[in-house]
Write a protein that binds this ligand. Structure first.
Ligand code: GDP
Length: 350
């Protein structure tokens, strides 16, 4: 029996080895983006950012904004499959005395991870005292209304065909991929085969350092989304730097699997990044040799989170990152991943 036992161990070892090889091959062939492609995309994004900045400075000089900047996975080698999107961060300036940030759990909606931004002191500083009063809905700053204001400018006032022809691109405001999503983005075709989406992302930063982004809650459009993106990204990169680990490789493979597999698209970068960070708390060995084991564990952990209906944000456990998905979506994701557990390689056959 010791012989059959070692045979089984050997077989298991072989399976692991081959998953390991498959993962690295998939990573190099499908997931990772060449530095040249990343560079070209960043270059196009920067051109667009410069045009918008110049336009806003001259056409709406009173708009209360800090300098816009580009951000996202494209800037940390965390983008996967193709260099096709970047976020244009648009920081709004809010007067401290006129606005307050109310955490979602202190509202009747009771959703941690989302915030209301309330206009204060209306009796002494009536509507109109703050530039952003034009985006008030029911006494609260509405992320939807802020996006609409930018949409008017970016689509109605800017001559993108002319700007595009000067830059050598085709630029057009993009239609949101699903009707319910409140997003504003520009599609930039910067060479024959390559397209980049530049998404506007309004940003608010409270006095206590809480960052909120204008990507409203799926159903409650008045709520701003708390952003853990910077802190999460910084943490992941730092952990990998310290032990020469493969957390980011593991994350990128998972992101690619979800990007390429339509049944898994509801799982986004923040779900996956938190799952990797949570796994990092219990698993110490993230050497390259451990990739297959960690990847399999990641999938198993996701199945567990989906079964429980709860995936805590790694940086703030009271935030449930699954709270915007419907029970049906959660079930289907869980089922798809559960089925892959017996054959994780199936996830790479896309
Ligand atoms: P990817 O889009 O899957 O490659 O992953 P990213 O890491 O680039 O995540 C981008 C998503 O995070 C976008 O949908 C943003 O709306 C959202 N997000 C939330 N907060 C931030 C932030 O502070 N910066 C950026 N760049 N994105 C943020």
């Amino acid at each position: 029996s010791s012989r059959s036992c070692s045979k089984a161990a050997l077989q298991r070892g072989r399976m692991r080895l081959s998953l390991q090889e498959h993962l690295w091959a998939f990573y190099h062939e499908r997931v990772n983006i060449s530095p040249e492609e990343q560079q070209a995309a960043r270059h196009a994004a920067l051109d667009i950012c410069a045009e918008l900045r110049a336009f806003l400075h001259t056409k709406v000089p009173d708009m209360q904004l800090r300098d816009m900047y580009l951000s996202g996975s494209l800037y940390h080698d965390l983008q996967v499959v193709s260099a096709d999107h970047a976020q244009l961060m648009v920081p709004l300036i809010l007067e401290k005395s006129l606005w307050s940030f109310i955490p979602g759990e202190e509202t009747i909606m009771n959703v941690p991870g989302f915030w209301l931004v309330r206009r204060e002191n209306l009796e002494y500083f009536p509507r109109g005292c703050s530039y952003w009063d034009r985006c008030l809905i029911g006494g609260y700053l509405s992320p939807k209304s802020v996006l609409e204001a930018f949409e008017k400018l970016a689509t109605g006032c800017m001559n993108w065909p002319a700007i595009g022809s000067v830059l050598g691109y085709v630029v057009r405001p993009a239609v949101p991929s699903h009707a319910a999503a409140l997003t504003l983005s520009l599609e930039v075709q910067y060479d024959a085969e390559r397209r980049l989406h530049v998404d506007f992302l309004p940003l608010l930063v409270s006095e206590d350092g809480v960052s909120l982004v204008g990507r409203p809650h799926r159903e409650r459009e008045n709520l701003w989304r708390q952003s853990f993106w910077s802190a999460e990204t910084t943490k992941l990169l730092a952990l990998d730097r310290d032990d020469d680990g493969c957390r980011c490789v593991c994350l990128k493979i998972a992101k690619a699997v979800c990007k390429l597999n339509p049944a898994l698209t509801p799982l986004n970068a923040s779900h996956l990044a938190s799952a990797v960070l949570l796994l990092s708390e219990s698993e110490r060995d993230w050497s390259r040799e451990a990739l297959a084991e960690r990847f399999t564990q990641l999938i198993r952990a996701l199945v567990g989170h989906l079964e429980a209906g709860r995936l805590p944000c790694a940086l703030d456990p009271k935030v449930n990152l699954l709270c915007e998905l419907t029970p049906r979506e959660v079930d289907e994701l869980g089922y798809t991943l559960y089925c892959s557990l017996s054959d994780p390689e199936s996830l790479l056959r896309t």
